[in-house]
Ligand binder design. Structure first.
Ligand SMILES: Nc1ncnc2c1ncn2[C@@H]1O[C@H](COP(=O)(O)OP(=O)(O)OP(=O)(O)O)[C@@H](O)[C@H]1O
Ligand SMILES: [Mg+2]
Length: 363
């Protein structure tokens, strides 16, 4: 027999576990709906208890098939792939589901218990890995191409310089050679940037003061965008220690992101940069102690990114700007990867964008 204390432990465990736990009686009425379930489904305990699962989960087709299988078949069933909970205005939540029959002490089936686990973090990580793979392939291709372009470009530049000498005195025509040289320089700059993206350069590790790096970038960006009214706000978590990393690379990373944020604002808006420790999440590497993650969020009130364009923004050369190279985010992706972190972008067209950089406190 279980004591009252045992029961209390059971109740606390179910109430505090991060997985959603839902139980039904034999007829399929909900008898347990823990706090995680309430947040997964955006439904309160009061709205759920006593309701029939067919009614409560009417918009969740996959649950409607899994629950009866356990309820009628008396067997455990689970599905770890591609179940998305539909939750009204909130975005669908990717979950894994397992449903098991509940048996009494005498072996009689008295209902089912369903456990759902939030897979959104896992899916984010998978997407980050896929993106990095795509990028490294593209990077190699582009670096090869860049190499091929650099030589003829040198030829064009040399010829333009000679032409300029020949045209000494003819100021009207010299304007053309100046344009040629300027544009050649621009192409050269893009190619350099591209080759940088693919060049394996070992990071120079040091202890980076994140607050200072971010503060300097903001000063610089304020100046660069002074024709607009942008409020830059820096919200720092004072408990963050110096971050092991390459200061030059991290500066480029945050400069690219903050520059994008400022460029997304037409005339007036806000860019809020927040640093914090993600206490609920650690990076685990086999054989090492779990590493805490530092999260830097860059949130802007700019024009946002339409959802169909969101997956293209990391592709090298994808740009919607007249003078953009489209290499900014590809470079960011690479730098974050070199620091064993990951990048996440959320955006609503017309409202703004949130870029979150998670970096482990490597030891
Ligand atoms: N904060 C943002 N808000 C809105 N759109 C963004 C934001 N960040 C990136 N984008 C979109 O993603 C595209 C690619 O960004 P990326 O930084 O790679 O290149 P770019 O900014 O166009 O050029 P560059 O960085 O070389 O100046 C941008 O052109 C823009 O359409
Ligand atoms: Mg950019």
């Amino acid at each position: 027999m279980r004591t009252a204390r045992d029961t209390q432990v059971y109740v606390r465990a179910v109430e505090n576990v991060e997985d959603a736990v839902v139980a039904t009686d034999r007829q399929g009425h909900i008898v347990l709906f823990n706090p995680a379930a309430q947040s997964f489904f955006c439904v309160s305990e009061r709205q759920s208890l006593g309701r029939h699962f067919l009614d409560l989960f009417s918009s969740q087709a996959s649950l409607l098939t899994l629950i009866p299988m356990a309820l009628e078949g008396g067997r455990s069933v689970s599905n770890h792939e591609n179940i998305f909970l539909q939750r009204g205005p909130s975005p669908p939540l990717p979950v894994s589901v397992s449903v098991s029959p509940i048996f009494t002490d005498t072996g009689k089936a008295e209902g089912v218990v369903m456990i759902l686990r939030d897979l959104s973090r896992v899916r984010d990580l998978e997407e980050a890995v896929r993106r990095a793979d795509r990028l490294s392939m593209l990077g190699t291709l582009a670096a090869g191409l860049a190499h091929e372009i650099k030589n003829p470009l040198g030829g064009i530049k040399g010829a333009a310089q000679l032409l300029e000498l020949e045209l000494a005195g003819q100021t009207g025509l010299k304007e053309y050679t100046r344009v040629m040289l300027r544009e050649v320089e621009r192409v050269d700059g893009i190619i350099e940037e591209l080759m940088d993206l693919a060049r394996p350069r070992p990071p120079q590790w040091s202890q980076v003061n994140l607050a200072k790096v971010l503060g300097d970038i903001i000063l610089f960006q304020k100046e660069a965008h002074r024709e607009k009214q942008i409020d830059f706000l820096l919200v720092l978590d004072p408990s963050i220690p110096p971050l092991p990393g390459d200061e030059n690379l991290l500066t480029r990373l945050f400069l690219n992101l903050i520059k994008n944020a400022a460029e997304a604002i037409d005339r007036q808006g806000r860019v809020v940069i927040t640093t914090k420790v993600a206490s609920e999440f650690h990076l685990n590497t086999p054989g090492k102690r779990p590493m805490p993650l530092i999260v830097v969020e860059i949130r802007d009130s700019g024009r946002g990114i339409p959802s169909e364009e969101l997956e293209k923004i990391f592709t090298p050369f994808y740009t919607t700007k007249g003078r953009g190279s489209g290499l900014g985010l590809a470079t960011c992706q690479k730098i974050v990867g070199e620091h064993q972190g990951f990048l996440k972008v959320e955006s609503v067209a017309g409202e703004g964008t949130l870029v979150a950089v998670s970096l482990p406190l490597l030891r």
